[in-house]
Design a binder for this molecule. Structure first.
Ligand code: COA
Ligand code: AMP
Length: 636
């Protein structure tokens, strides 16, 4: 059966120039592009070459100019501070213009970097949009990362200014951000340290200010002259967002201005079925790509009201808070990670709390960030009575690679599948020889080049790493590093990562980076970190330590130390809470650790003793070790 999707998808692949030119007509340009897709410097593709645009203008000023000035652009709802603050498009534009003035007065201009290390407060959005307004490149770092990770990002981005706040607020504690920031700046290379920091003092915590370097947000804004939008090239960078790679060194994903505005604005109607004036809520964090794309940019490009929520799905104050927000602001579409729904389901299994609220405006729930397990899918469908849509994407891609494109055609949902490739994404499944596999067979999920607008053009100052990470293994394709298959109906199934990335509560983390921390412990000879199944977070990391010969210290003490080191060096967001000491690690005869087998033992899944294993007896030892820390129980 053909659907409207077929023609849209076919056009996007067969004639990307016409397809995206049409979408681009919906955006404001100071100067139209000379070329839609420039493929003269393969494998570096560029979109809307010659065009001049401003991202902030498209997000704010355009709507004021078109008569939406009095509509709410952003609602900040913070159950952890009992605050609600609403900004109309006009008010948000004016606040952003003032903060753009602050940045300009600190000598921040087009192309300069500004690092933003902030909790989920409206000022984080204002700072991001202010950078976009003057053509500066922002790099937002998630608050749950430790100073060491922050320092790595400072060294790579070399920001002129860092914008931060005195604290963030977690369910049961206030987290002072400034000491973490100061420590990171101390750790950073001397040629990377910022000239200035702008700090928002929150009432719960007052930060110490470094004289001459640190400015108070409110004082700086009060003294600022509003700054207008600065036209930039469509191909100029809008932001850098660091994400876990296969080593401790994160990858600086670059997003350009032109392609990003075009693709994200287009996605609001076609993927999410959202119109201007609708209320859209992505319950994520501005530190992640979902926060960039769907808390800040796309809803504002589209002229929606976006919700910026400083809270958690449970505990702030209860598992009904999502329903409260949906009802208070008449949210039409919500987007979050399955883990948030697992947390709600655990606290309120029969969804009693939904009955307290009017959810009649709520039309669609979108989930992404990790595999959507069937239990969570069906629970949400049953208790909300609306379509629950899985979609698959990555920091690199900036928007959905696969989705049920609700504004084009609503396909029936298949458990475990984010449905079909989104227009622009020529998704294929290949084997190790880069040959397409048969329908239904598992292989590497790849996307035929060029990637559509809005996806990463390169890694920050690392073109070579961009090629080696994504383009080298499967020539002509972008490697997603996810494995999966496409069924006979053309539905895509995403099964697992093919690298060391794990997904913990929707947060992307590298086990390799954790192994680097463990290996630095003086008593550790060898180690492995694996992601094992977790009922709430999807996956959690578990460490296996082989100690140096002759170490006689208490194992529990060593375990505590390595857990603390991961928290201290990577951050609490890693959720690294379990490790065990083993005599040896199971390996193949060529010395490769049998990670897949250990994982299966931990997850109580069937496994075959690999023919290449060095010594099968080790698997029994692993089983015992895992039982000792609460896994693999069903085996015993
Ligand atoms: N600043 C400082 N610390 C932070 C932080 C931040 N911005 N965000 C999280 N942390 C800390 C938490 O306090 C926690 O610390 P702890 O180990 O001392 O308890 C740790 O990092 C792990 O956080 P998290 O993974 O969020 O676990 P949680 O147990 O606090 O909450 C969920 C679990 C499921 C409720 C939570 O992960 C959630 O709301 N997820 C929603 C999905 C989401 O936002 N996904 C993002 C991509 S769409
Ligand atoms: P991030 O870059 O943090 O968005 O993480 C991207 C990774 O999360 C992907 O490569 C997948 O492994 C996983 N992921 C995201 N969305 C989905 C989904 N809908 N289904 C399965 N895995 C997903």
């Amino acid at each position: 059966m053909t659907t409207p999707y077929d023609a849209v998808f076919a056009k996007s692949i067969e004639d990307p120039n016409a397809f995206w030119a049409e979408a681009a007509e919906d955006c404001h340009w100071y100067k139209k592009w000379d070329k839609v897709l420039d493929d003269t410097n393969k494998p570096f593709y560029r979109w809307f070459v010659g065009g001049e645009i401003n991202t902030c203008y498209n997000a704010l000023d355009l709507h004021v100019d078109q008569g939406r000035g009095d509509q709410y652009a952003l609602i900040y709802d913070s159950p952890v501070t009992n605050t609600v603050k609403k900004y109309t498009y006009r008010e948000l534009r004016d606040e952003v213009a003032k903060f753009a003035g602050v940045l300009a007065s600190l000598d921040v201009h087009k192309g300069d970097r500004v690092l933003i290390y902030m909790p989920m407060i409206a000022e984080a959005a204002i700072a991001m949009l202010a950078c976009a307004r003057i053509g500066a490149v922002h790099s937002v770092v998630f608050g749950g990362f430790a100073p060491n990770e922050l320092a790595t990002r400072i060294n790579d981005a070399k920001p002129k200014v860092i914008v931060s706040a005195s604290c963030g607020i977690e369910v049961s504690r206030v987290i002072p951000y400034k000491p973490l920031l100061d420590e990171a700046i101390n750790m950073a290379n001397s040629d990377s340290k910022p000239q200035n920091c702008v700090i928002l003092q929150r009432p719960m915590e007052t930060a110490d200010m470094a004289a001459g370097r640190d400015l108070d947000w409110n004082e700086a804004v009060a003294a600022a002259t509003p700054h207008d939008c600065v036209p930039v090239a469509a191909t100029d960078p809008l932001y850098i967002l660091y994400t876990s790679g296969t080593t401790g060194e994160p990858k600086g994903v670059v997003r350009d201005n032109g392609g990003h505005v075009v693709a994200l604005k287009w996605s609001m109607k076609n993927i999410y079925n959202i119109d201007a004036g609708d209320v859209y809520w992505a319950a994520s964090d501005v530190g992640w790509v979902v926060g960039h794309s769907y808390i800040i940019y796309a809803p504002l490009f589209k002229g929606c009201t976006t919700i910026l929520f400083e809270g958690k799905p449970v505990g702030t104050p209860d598992a009904g808070v999502f329903w409260r927000v949906i009802s208070d602001y008449k949210v039409k579409t919500m987007f979050t990670a399955p883990t948030a729904f697992r947390a709600i389901k655990r606290e309120d299994p029969t969804a009693e709390l939904t009955k307290k609220y009017d959810l009649s405006n709520f039309k669609t729930l979108f989930l992404a960030g990790e595999r959507l397990d069937p239990d969570t899918l069906h629970w949400a469908e049953k208790h909300l009575g609306i379509p629950v849509i899985d979609h698959w994407w990555q920091t690199e891609t900036g928007w959905a690679i696969c989705a049920n494109p609700m504004g084009i055609h609503h396909f029936s949902v298949k458990e475990g599948s984010p449905t079909k490739p989104a227009p622009g994404w020529d998704v294929q499944v290949v084997d190790a020889e880069n040959q397409q596999v048969k329908e239904g067979e598992i292989g590497a999920l790849v996307v035929k080049l060029p990637l559509p607008p809005g996806s990463l053009p390169t890694l920050w100052k690392k073109d070579e790493r961009f090629i080696s990470s994504y383009l080298e293994e499967f020539p002509g394709y972008y490697k997603t590093a996810d494995a999966g298959f496409i069924d006979t109906d053309g539905y895509v199934f995403v099964m697992s990562r093919t690298d060391d990335i794990i997904n913990v509560a929707g947060h992307r983390l590298s086990t390799g980076a954790m192994e680097e921390v463990l290996a630095d412990h003086p008593d550790v000879a060898e180690c492995a970190v694996l992601g094992v199944d977790d009922a709430l977070k999807g996956q959690v990391p578990v460490g296996f330590l082989v100690l140096n010969a002759g170490v006689e210290r208490d194992h529990e003490e060593i375990i505590k130390e390595v857990i603390q080191s991961v928290r201290g060096r990577i951050g609490p967001v890693a959720s690294f809470k379990k490790a065990t000491v083993v005599k040896r690690l199971p390996k193949t005869r060529s010395g490769k650790i049998l990670r897949g087998t250990i994982q299966k033992i931990a997850d109580n899944k069937d496994y075959k003793v690999p023919a290449t294993i060095d010594d099968p007896a080790i698997l029994g030892e692993m089983e015992d070790a895992l039982v000792g820390i609460g896994y693999a129980k069903a085996r015993k």
